[in-house]
Write a protein that binds this ligand. Sequence first.
Ligand SMILES: [Zn+2]
Ligand SMILES: [Zn+2]
Length: 790
Amino acid sequence: MTSSPAATVSAGPGTRPAPADLLRRLRARGATDPVTHVERVPARAGVPAPWPQWAPEELRAAYERRGVVAPWRHQAEAASLAYDGQHVVVATGTASGKSLAYQLPALATLLADPRATVLYLAPTKALAADQLRAVATLELEGVRPACYDGDTPRAEREWIRRHSRFVLTNPDMLHHGILPGHAQWSGFLRRLAYVVIDECHTYRGVFGSHVAHVLRRLRRQCAKFGATPVFVLASATSGDPATAAGRLTGLPVAAVTEDTSPRGGVTFALWEPPLLPSDPSTASPEASPAAVEVADLIQVRRSALRETADLLADTVAEGVRTLAFVRSRKGAEVVAANARRALDEAVPGLGDRVAAYRGGYLREERRELERALLHGDLLGLASTNALELGVDLIGLDAVLICGYPGTRASLWQQAGRAGRSGQEALAVLVARDDPLDTYLVHHPEAIFGAPVEATVLDPANPYVLAPQLACAAVEAPLTPADLALFGDGAKEAIDELVAAGALRQRPTGWYWRYRERPEVDLRGEGGAPVCVVEASTGRLLGTVDGGSSHFLLHRGAVYLHQGVSYVVDDLDLTDGCALVHAEEPDWSTHARDVTDLSVVSVRSYVDAGPVGMFLGEVDVTSQVVSYQRRRIATGEVIDTRPLDLPTRELRTVAVWFTLSPESLAAAGVAAADVPGALHAAEHAAIGLLPLMATCDRWDIGGLSTAVHQDTEAPTVFVYDGHPGGAGFAERAYGTASAWLRATRDAISECGCETGCPSCVQSPKCGNGNNPLSKPDAIRVLDVVLANLPA
Ligand SMILES: [Zn+2]
Ligand SMILES: [Zn+2]
């Protein structure tokens, strides 16, 4: 579309430098050139298409008022398929105008049939709010679009159910609110013509599997009222979107994948921060919380956070509107704070033009930041997630990506925020001290020469299927006719629910036995979010997901919010609430956990002589047991303090390999070095797995031991961090030799001598990266690769 509001945004003072000049200045800053590769992504001309014949004049006129003269060909193609009743997914780049592809058939139908309704699902409330604005500005008679989510006042909800014909919501609200209240929604569901699923590639792993069943429950309720809505899905560029969309909806879905929108050229640089001098005391001026995390180690690269903060400050100082993507909440806050400080030192007050943005902020705060960037009051933003930003924030002059975002698909999505139509933009991937990032900046072909990953989800995961069937049974008793809808494993899951006493079988179907509904959280095992509350005022600062709360909000933890530092007084897990007070100590905190693992069953294995490769179910028990306080300025460890938090249990899927002690001895690994060798190989293998599967290292855990009680051999385990597994370990097993080959190369190609965070050290190690042996890890992997069939 040509109507992007971004086109009207003023970027700030002066003329902006050309990306190539800007990059030249940025890379000339230090003593060594940090850029390992520059890729020119060429500009592309758009291919317009005529408006489809069926698009009513009123609708065309509304778009033309907004500056959309004609659709691009992929928009028209997807829209026409949907209008003809074909389920369709449009999977094209960021800002390629996917919204027109679903708005056009949906709105044309609403105009033609005054009773029809449309349900729009976005993964976040912010995105739904953006879409609401986009549909509302078309000012179409009788559509009455409205958001229906957790922020919708009670008083408005009934009006929306009765009168809105274009309801925008999210899968959580569909699951917790709309489907359980289907009786109140009967009028809306009976007339449902389209279900729009925006950003559908975000429904992956366990979350995606849950959403797949929520959609099946929606189809079931619609069918009860005689409605068979057409599903229109929008996805970022991904591998095989038709299959993924089919798994998500349970329906045959056609795919439109050729992006025919115009695109400005992007200069894409791969950036590796330099190694710091090995004496930690000389490293101190560079210290940031991320650097501090590893500063007690021998060799350290300059932290990607600090490097990104400097780049953000430099681009903002040049008047370049820049978005920095940082993976963690804490990281985004640190980048914004450091960039602000650097700018204020240069020009007092200039720091005010940089802010942090992440999920978990309150709605008013999110809106305020979005508004400020749109109006050019802000020039730089450090953010955790593109989706939270909503659709308006495209056409930036530069995008900084602090750390590989886990998949090529997300990398391209983030980079796609750069470039207004017809203008060149800059994208920079700043490598973290991490084996995968290091591998990628030295193997650009793995980024620019490889197709994007397919979205992985597994609706047959029994840990998802059973609770979803319970929810479905509450909405209406399950019948044999429902089994095909819920797919493989549905009958087994129902039998188990009956055996557990949750369902009762009667002649008319399976009935939910309890008064209360089952409590099912779509967002996986994370549990309910924990509220962060300032104790003295009662002010709600934000929320942290349950899974991270033990790490981030334990008693004594330093918690950052909008660059302001707080210290946690108390974490109440029963109430889901952490009480904090504002305080800026000169230390950071780092939680440590201990993990135990036992093998439940083996699904599949490869017997390769002295080496065994296994896939199976495991039980993992972990507990956050202590935290370290480290001096921010020097990285010095002040002390380690015990914590008394409950253990967390996880039954999941793991891949593991064993080696015979003899093969290790023959390869030159001394018995005393086996633990360090396996531990180092484990860390690097976890770091490289995202090259093979659509996960990131935070989705995966590992454990290595010189003798494991279940395998009775030296063993390295890598497991899915989600109950029941999410397909990652399975994918690792299927690609084992390629995965471990890349792991070996990443370790051996790293320039450090004894191991660094770019190869064998892990930022989330429960043992403080001890013991680790880099040379012996290479020997271990050589033994595995020599024996494992390719
Ligand atoms: Zn290294
Ligand atoms: Zn470790």
